[in-house]
Design a protein around this ligand. Structure first.
Ligand code: AMP
Ligand code: ZN
Length: 141
């Protein structure tokens, strides 16, 4: 529990949430300002800020719940698919510093495009640059 964290307050029942799933470690509730009907947030009950801060199997547990909930959410609002994503860190647009996975129902006709649409243009990387980025990531683990 972190003071002043709105999602910790939902976990603790201090503020209301439209809860759609709960187990020992994970809670899922409807987004209060949804991007689409059925927009759901899946969170760890414990306060952790980003995906990389999640200890042990908690990241896997959140992924499992999001995977299991997505078809139920899609079915409940008659969606054709869903975007399942984390805004991971402030630079990526994360506003609530308690890690959460968005499950946003998608409709054939919604016109919002894929996650790729966030990025306007793509960097022009040649094979050597791609290989060097691969090396850097392998080295950083
Ligand atoms: P992000 O920008 O990834 O941090 O997303 C935060 C999300 O939390 C937004 O989609 C908000 O609409 C949602 N949100 C903020 N406060 C609440 C709340 N009290 N209950 C449910 N959802 C909330
Ligand atoms: Zn929190």
């Amino acid at each position: 529990m972190s003071d002043d964290c709105i999602f910790c307050a939902i976990v603790d029942g201090e503020i209301p949430g439209e809860i759609v799933y709960e187990d020992e470690d994970v809670l899922a509730f409807l987004d209060a300002n949804p991007l689409a009907r059925g927009h759901t947030l899946v969170i760890p009950k414990a306060h952790h800020e980003t995906v990389s801060d999640l200890p042990g199997d908690l990241g896997a547990a959140i992924g499992r719940v999001a995977s299991d909930l997505a078809p139920a959410i899609e079915s409940a609002v008659d969606a054709d698919g869903s975007t399942v994503a984390f805004n991971n860190g402030e630079a990526a647009g994360q506003e609530v510093p308690h890690v959460h996975c968005h499950v946003v129902p998608r409709f054939e006709s919604d016109g919002h495009g894929p996650i790729h649409a966030l990025f306007g243009s793509r960097p022009d990387l040649d094979d050597e640059e791609i290989a060097s980025v691969g090396d850097a990531i392998r080295d950083a683990q």
